[in-house]
Design a protein around this ligand. Structure first.
Ligand code: ATP
Ligand code: MG
Length: 252
């Protein structure tokens, strides 16, 4: 359903680093099947958000192709991808002064009728009236804005939903219900779901766990098979980041 064919995202390093080219996404080939739940994990800076943004079209691929439902969407805009049924929930959602949650929901769904909007909110487990007219500005807490972002993504009824660390800043009591909600959306609306997360609750809920390291898919399969590699990676990245610089905050 969503196929990544030899996908690269390459940037020019700054002069003070190497000044050369760096493949942040480094030749990924992968097929996401319809109606499955995928959890993408991997060390900080390994390329997870970059990959999510390539799928949504926030960044263009440098090489390779993204095929969605048989069509090459590599050159499509974000809007074209959204219309085709792809939705993306940002790791760090934007905040807008003067814009309310109601405004954003209406833009995402085209619905203005208050009762229908309230129905959407209760579907995502948000206490409706207190949230609908909140401004999505700097005053919202980190957890509140993530919940709003999640609600907007779900409300768009996507065929493919990508959530980038939906649990960041979310309280312990909400994570379980959030996992159940995404599973329910998948079961009822057949939403293929990709969650980028470091949280074990999402990894346990997934049909497929994908591990990304240095821009490559180094594992895909069940959680049991992923665990030894995750242990290993935590050691590797820890050592790498300390390499040659023993005073750089390394606790070894
Ligand atoms: N447009 C860009 N130009 C230059 N470097 C970039 C660009 N986008 C991302 N990077 C770098 O690519 C690397 C991967 O970033 P990315 O945000 O994808 O990591 P991540 O796996 O999502 O990490 P985290 O777990 O911390 O969210 C980082 O080193 C980041 O600084
Ligand atoms: Mg990220």
């Amino acid at each position: 359903m969503l196929e990544l064919k030899n996908v690269y995202f390459t940037v020019q390093e700054r002069e003070e680093n190497s000044g050369g080219l760096r493949n942040i996404i480094d030749g990924i080939n992968f097929t996401f099947e319809d109606g499955k739940f995928y959890a993408i994990t991997g060390p900080n800076g390994s390329g997870k958000t970059t990959l999510a943004k390539l799928i949504m079209g926030v960044n263009p691929v440098s090489q390779g192709a993204i095929i969605f439902k048989g069509q090459d969407i590599s050159a499509w805009t974000i809007t074209e991808r959204a219309k085709a049924g792809i939705a993306y929930s940002f790791q760090q959602p934007a905040r807008f002064k003067g814009i309310t949650f109601r405004d954003l929901l209406t833009v995402a769904t085209g619905i203005e009728d208050e009762n229908k909007l309230l129905e959407i909110l209760s579907r995502v487990g948000i206490c409706p009236l207190s949230f609908l007219d909140k401004e999505v500005d700097a005053k919202l807490s980190g957890g509140e804005i993530k919940k709003i972002e999640l609600a907007i993504t779900i409300a768009a009824n996507p065929k493919l939903a990508i959530y980038d660390e939906p649990d960041t800043g979310i309280d312990l009591w909400t994570i379980g219900p959030m996992v159940s909600l995404l599973k329910k959306e998948l079961a009822e609306n057949h939403t293929t779901t990709i969650v980028v997360s470091h949280n074990r609750a999402f990894l346990e809920a997934a049909d497929v766990v994908m591990i990304i390291n240095s821009g490559k898919v180094v594992y895909s399969g069940n959680l049991e098979g992923a665990l030894p590699l995750l242990d290993d990676l935590s050691v590797c990245t820890y050592r790498d980041s300390c390499e040659g610089d023993r005073d750089a905050g390394c606790y070894r």
